[in-house]
Design a protein around this ligand. Structure first.
Ligand code: PLP
Length: 410
């Protein structure tokens, strides 16, 4: 029982009658007020994580910045928390620039990514004075030069490092669609250095996501360093999160000891280091509450599924879950969603204590990429995001309405 609580945001507890509390709010009260499914973020825990990242990085490399990878939870309210905690924002796409600006970011603290940045996106970045554009390919340079603006750039390098994670979230291997092999990066760097408008500030590397050991991060530094000395090295994100009892991701200090250890060995001491955590910033600080709708054989079907959590279908991510009022124990069930796919399984084989229609199911560690990839499959209305803390809760993203579903019809 204690074990399961450790997968929920820090500070989660069981009330006197056994009901799960998140951010000091009872799960049943949250479900009553905001409906289900609902994605609940423990706001104090989120802020604490952002501060931990900043403090630990600065302690190891004072000339450094933490830039939150917005894609992991691209809600304006989450981006605003990061801005308020002194972080920059990594954006990958025009929409994330728009929400980052609404969140109050100083555009100079935005790092703009993408392997297929369109003319419009480059124009948006330039118009708003985005701090760093990460060049992924030669076409990016064509577009940036055509914009006529003065732009600071990093060049994304493939380090040729493979990490032990799902192939769909690997990005540092030689066959990656992201970035440039060192042999291709070198002439593009030379071209940028000759450009009258572009300023070659440094290099970027990102080895992938949900990485549960530190070696790949450390290994990615030397290949980048081999391309020369620059002012800035952005060493990406990728630290794994804890989804199941079996996951033991490195702590932020352990991760940074390895990464900054490699930086001390290979990078110029006066350089600035940026890191871009996404998943490990947000995953563990949120949970989703569902309502049980039907029971049949081994199946417990809830009122959500792949419309609010695509992580399972996309890369087989294993989650845990429990009846919110009876955490831990019980028989093994297959927790499924309501969508028209046999692959719409939330947890394949999870112990639930005597599930009944109407029970609340709580699924921890849904803070990363779930809101991101929420969709309207089967006319699903995308679910709300609620911030909870100190016993108070407020919606920061409302549930979609039927009218929202019709809003784009012409
Ligand atoms: C360039 C870049 N930086 C940072 C991240 C964040 O990765 P993660 O959420 O695994 O920390 C990603 C996501 O894959 C990325 O593509």
């Amino acid at each position: 029982m204690a074990d399961l609580l450790t997968l929920f945001p820090p500070g989660s507890a069981r009330d006197d009658d056994g009901m799960l509390t998140l951010g000091g709010c009872r799960a049943d009260a949250l479900a009553e007020e905001f409906g289900t499914p609902v994605l609940v973020v423990d706001e104090p825990a989120l802020r604490a994580r952002a501060r931990e990242y900043r403090t630990e990085l600065t302690a190891r490399w004072p000339r450094s910045r933490v830039v939150f990878a917005s894609k992991a939870f691209p809600a304006t309210a989450v981006q605003r928390v990061m801005v308020e905690e002194g972080l920059g924002l990594d954006v990958a796409g025009g929409g994330e620039i728009i929400t980052a600006l609404k969140a109050g970011i100083d555009p100079a603290l935005i790092v703009h990514h993408g392997n297929a940045k369109t003319d419009d996106e480059i124009a948006l970045a330039v118009e708003h004075g985005v701090g760093l554009v990460v060049v992924d390919n030669a076409n990016d340079v064509d577009r940036l030069e055509a914009s006529g603006a003065n732009v600071d750039v990093l060049v994304r390098v493939i380090p040729g490092v493979t990490a032990d994670t799902h192939a769909h979230v690997l990005t540092g291997h030689e066959g990656s669609k992201f970035g440039l092999l060192p042999a291709d990066a070198a002439p593009l760097i030379a071209r940028i250095e000759r450009s009258p408008r572009l300023r070659m500030r440094g290099l970027h590397v990102h080895v992938g996501s949900q990485i549960l050991d530190v070696e790949p991060f450390a290994d990615s530094v030397a290949p980048v360093a081999a391309l020369g000395e620059f002012e800035v090295y952005d060493l990406g994100g990728g630290l794994g999160a804890r989804y199941t009892y079996a996951d033991h991701p490195p702590s932020v200090p352990e991760y940074l000891d390895a990464l900054i250890g490699a930086a001390r060995e290979h990078l110029p001491a006066e350089a600035e280091i940026i890191i871009e955590p996404g998943r490990s910033m947000v995953a563990a600080n949120a949970a989703t509450l569902y309502r049980v709708v039907t029971l049949k054989r081994q199946f417990v079907a809830v009122d959500g599924g792949m419309g609010d959590n695509l992580e399972v279908a996309l890369f087989d991510q294993r989650f845990e879950a429990a009846i919110a009022g009876r955490l831990g124990g019980g028989e093994r069930y297959t927790l499924v969603g309501r969508h028209c796919e046999s692959g719409d399984v939330l947890v394949d084989g999870v112990e639930l204590d005597a599930p009944r229609v109407g029970d609340l199911v709580a699924m921890p560690a849904t803070g990363a990429y779930c809101h991101t990839m929420a969709n309207n499959y089967n006319g699903n209305r995308r679910i709300p995001v609620v911030f909870a803390g100190a016993g108070e809760a407020r919606a920061v993203v409302r549930r979609e309405t039927w009218d929202d579903l019709l809003a784009r019809d012409v």
